[in-house]
Design a protein around this ligand. Structure first.
Ligand code: HEM
Length: 232
């Protein structure tokens, strides 16, 4: 039996993990992500990424928080918000370098989220999954970033928003998602939105790479749960 067949179609979280896996592998292995993990990303470009993420989080968090949709109300809790962490960190990393291609890709992303907030707010929960799940890989990245910029966790609060381990928060998020998304139609729309956000964010990271020397960036995806550089 293939892996796809063994996943219950009734579990939105199992479907999200499985069906967005190729998109996750792509975003994890684009040269920008590899340079971040290898400690080769100029700090100003890291600050540029924080600014892009701030625009995306701000639009998505407002969309879910302000929605009257029952599922959004059931899943959202205020402690998931990370815009204040991003603002804090942005102020800690000096000058920001934002190539026009990254700004354009970010604007496209927030336009896409804003449209979804109007046409299908429940689907925003797929986008929320992408950002909430990114805390898992963040435990690897925060060590790599701290080593690269010697900045301490207070300048990486975005990556520490759930404390030492994001697992308890992620488990509770999973339970709220499973309880709130009970039809195949809901689950289909949420999974499609998650894939859509992964693709948009991958374009943002490609834009952030403009003008950087990417030679030597190893583009093999990291095995699950393992930092190839010995961190974490
Ligand atoms: C930059 C390098 C990245 C690395 C090294 C990385 C690594 C990881 C790791 C180790 C996990 C845990 C996998 C598991 O235990 O099953 C994970 C999960 C996840 N990551 Fe990443 N990640 C990266 C980037 C990203 C980005 C940029 C996003 C989205 C913005 C993202 C979204 C997710 C999601 C949604 C999950 C949850 C998967 C699930 O269990 O459903 N990751 N990542």
């Amino acid at each position: 039996m293939s892996t796809t067949q063994s996943v219950s179609q009734d579990s939105v979280m199992a479907r999200l993990k499985l069906e967005t896996r190729p998109a996750h592998d792509r975003i994890e292995s684009v040269p920008f992500s590899m340079m971040m993990q290898e400690g080769r990303l100029p700090q100003a470009r890291f600050a540029g990424q924080l600014a892009c993420w701030l625009a995306v989080h701000g639009t998505l968090e407002a969309g879910v928080r302000e929605s009257d949709d029952e599922a959004c109300t059931a899943v959202w809790i205020e402690s998931m918000a990370r815009t204040s962490h991003l603002r804090n960190d942005l102020a800690c990393h000096g000058d920001m370098d934002m190539p026009p291609a990254a700004a354009t890709a970010t604007l496209k992303t927030i336009g896409w989220i804003a449209t979804l907030a109007v046409t299908d707010p429940r689907a925003l929960l797929g986008c929320l999954y992408v950002l909430e799940g990114s805390k898992l890989g963040g435990t690897i990245l925060r060590k790599c970033l701290d080593d690269a910029y010697n900045c301490g966790p207070e300048a990486l609060s975005y990556y520490w928003a759930s404390g030492a381990s994001p697992m308890p928060d992620f488990k509770a998020f999973k339970e709220r998602m499973e309880a709130a998304l009970t039809t195949d139609d809901d689950r289909d729309r949420v999974v499609a939105a998650a894939s859509g956000l992964f693709d948009h964010l991958t374009d943002v990271l490609d834009g952030l790479l403009c003008g950087l020397d990417t030679s030597g960036a190893d583009t093999e995806p990291t095995p699950e749960g393992v930092c190839p550089f010995g961190h974490g």
